[in-house]
Design a protein around this ligand. Structure first.
Ligand SMILES: Nc1ncnc2c1ncn2[C@@H]1O[C@H](COP(=O)(O)OP(=O)(O)O)[C@@H](O)[C@H]1O
Ligand SMILES: [Mg+2]
Length: 256
């Protein structure tokens, strides 16, 4: 599992985010942006954050460090703001902590990443079906002269169908990806080249390593997926099926 830390203080809400993220201090003296399990979008968005974020990191895309944050009932009890108190009370237990990048700027296109970096990011978004990286919703930060990817909760949307539908990797593998509104579309010159470099690195072993970072507690079982390891295997199967079928989703069309 990811490194586990314990919340020591809720500092302030981050008003920009739709998922009610907040700044929290932890027992390692670190400061984190926390995605709360009680924020209403459910545990699956936390799973997507870890799976896509940690896959990105292993494919040389910059992502802030992730950790699992244990939130106690006491932190909620001493919170004065009623709305925040409700959120914290609903989030007792394990939450997602994203290392806070102090002084980071939101991406505005004035310092674009180089072509290979942009191509890697766009490729990863296409692979994981992440629709959340547009000018309306950049989810890119500029920090220490580098572009950092955040907010992968919208990716891997196939899992939202699981309670009622049998997992179907072939269906996900065949879903097209619309890159027309992607924020790095103009800068990502060679997405097919990124595919040629990165696809061979997305192996069953690498994906198993990434899924092992997700706490059991966040992996919701269904009639088809009896335990946490079955849920992990379903994510691995979906990503392996998709990476092997670039004709369906690779922006730019040409497949190596
Ligand atoms: N690690 C971070 N360091 C600094 N600021 C961050 C970090 N993560 C998020 N933010 C800020 O918080 C905002 C909301 O975070 P985000 O992860 O996009 O949440 P949401 O899912 O609510 O959109 C971002 O647009 C950014 O301004
Ligand atoms: Mg966001």
């Amino acid at each position: 599992m990811l490194e586990q830390i314990v919340a020591t203080r809720y500092v302030t809400p981050l008003r920009e985010g739709g998922s009610l993220p907040g700044i929290v201090e932890a027992d390692d003296l670190g400061t984190y942006v926390v995605k709360f399990r009680g924020a209403g979008q459910g545990l699956k968005v936390l799973v997507a954050e870890v799976v896509v974020g940690e896959l990105a990191r292993r494919l040389d895309v910059s992502v802030p460090r992730l950790a699992v944050l244990d939130l106690s009932r006491d932190i909620a009890r001493y919170e004065a703001d009623e709305e925040v108190q409700d959120l914290l009370s609903a989030s007792v237990g394990l939450n997602l902590a994203v290392d806070f990048l102090p002084g980071a700027f939101g991406y505005d296109g004035s310092r674009p990443p180089d072509g290979p970096t942009a191509s890697r990011i766009l490729w990863l978004d296409a692979l994981t079906a992440n629709v959340d990286r547009t000018w309306d919703n950049p989810n890119l930060l500029l920090w220490h002269c580098r572009v950092w990817c955040i907010d992968h909760g919208a990716a891997l949307y196939f899992h939202h169908g699981w309670p009622s539908r049998t997992p179907d990797p072939a269906r996900f593998a065949a879903q097209p990806f619309d890159a027309s509104r992607h924020i790095l579309r103009e800068v990502a010159e060679d997405v097919a080249g990124a595919h040629a470099l990165l696809a061979p690195r997305v192996t069953p072993e690498l994906l198993a390593e990434v899924l092992d970072l997700v706490p059991d507690d966040w992996l919701e079982t269904t009639a088809d997926l009896a335990d946490a390891d079955a849920v992990r295997a379903a994510y691995v199967d979906h990503l392996l099926a998709r990476v092997a079928n670039p004709a369906a989703w690779l922006p730019g069309g040409e497949c190596p």
